[in-house]
Design a binder for this molecule. Sequence first.
Ligand code: RNT
Ligand code: ZN
Length: 418
Amino acid sequence: MTKESIIQQAFDLAKERYAVLGVDVNKALEDMKKVSLSLHCWQADDVNGFENQEGSLTGGIQVTGNYPGRARTIDELRSDVKEALKYIPGTHRLNLHEIYGDFQGKVVDRDEVEPVHFRSWMEWAKENGLKLDFNSTSFSHPKSGDLTLANPDDEIRNFWIEHTKRCRAISEEMGKFQNDPCMMNLWVHDGSKEVPANRLKYRALLEQSLDEIFATKYDNMKDCIEAKLFGIGLESYTVGSYDFYLGYGAKKGKIVTLDTGHFHLTESVADKVSSLLLFTPEIMLHVSRPVRWDSDHVVILNDDLTDLAREIIRCNALDRVHIGLDYFDATINRIGAYVVGCRATQKAFMQALLEPSALLQQYEAEGKYFERLALQEEAKSLPWNAVWDMYCLQNNVPVGESFIAHVQQYEKEVTGKR
Ligand code: RNT
Ligand code: ZN
């Protein structure tokens, strides 16, 4: 038997099994196509970027590890992303940070950046069937300090306001060019290591800065604001907390970014989805994996992730939720890290799309709580993986663990030689 026919047989059996529970696997396969991921460019190079300035990663985030092979140039990064995409079924996007501009060897400060610095990215993305998303970059800069958009110093605050306005203009150009809105994420690390004497002051400043930044209306980009619990070295106070951005987003109609590493470890991010959908326009996700803290480990298929995907599918909200990834692991092969995290995210959605939700909801409506619990448990071990394998096969990407050898090969030929 060929590998293809084994996958086909397993799929046919799974199809029958799911049909008993009223689940249409072909519809799930169709819907999987809508699960488009926004790959974070910064996994390929440990959040370094291509600004022609020496400096280290600051702003409350940290990458650990020194595995060889990090992308050092735009060309290397593009090659690595293309390689990773060979092992991730479906059509996806690339999420760029401002520091990844094509600056052509020049020093372009953050308040000078222009759409032209992203022209080559737009063209490259088009050639490769990718859409772009964007992020302003407040970290790793001499003016980053502990406070950027919430800085009481007018000069520093205005510098970052100018930077963020320019990033919106770049996002608008990207959106226009690709004929699809560019999601622009705004995350600033502003906070303090020790307890501030005036919490309100900085939040009021951040609100003012955001109002000024968002004053220009654009049609081809969407603003997302990312909250966080704390940054490294900024543990006692985060200006842009979840309450802050949820309030701002609900009041001003902005999209709140949920980074799954930015909450207390026992807090359910999945539970937030249905509330956000009622009060904010859409949702941006940064799928990540905290281990004890916001540590940005490679995403794996765990309960947090499957809960999150299930909530999105139960809310029928795939078209209102944007799935970005956000982790940085420099201890293992970086392309492998992309593939593992992306595939885990897709598997979570595959499982969610195969949930026997009609029957579960019927049990619930009838007050049959034992039945609901029992079916939820049984659903965990239904043969979803046979459907996932079929999805990979249909998309011409390696099925199961066979991508490992491909990543090893690329390491031997390319990243290992850097
Ligand atoms: C930091 C935020 C933010 C960054 C990226 C690089 O805690 O999650 O999204 O990880 O912008
Ligand atoms: Zn994030």
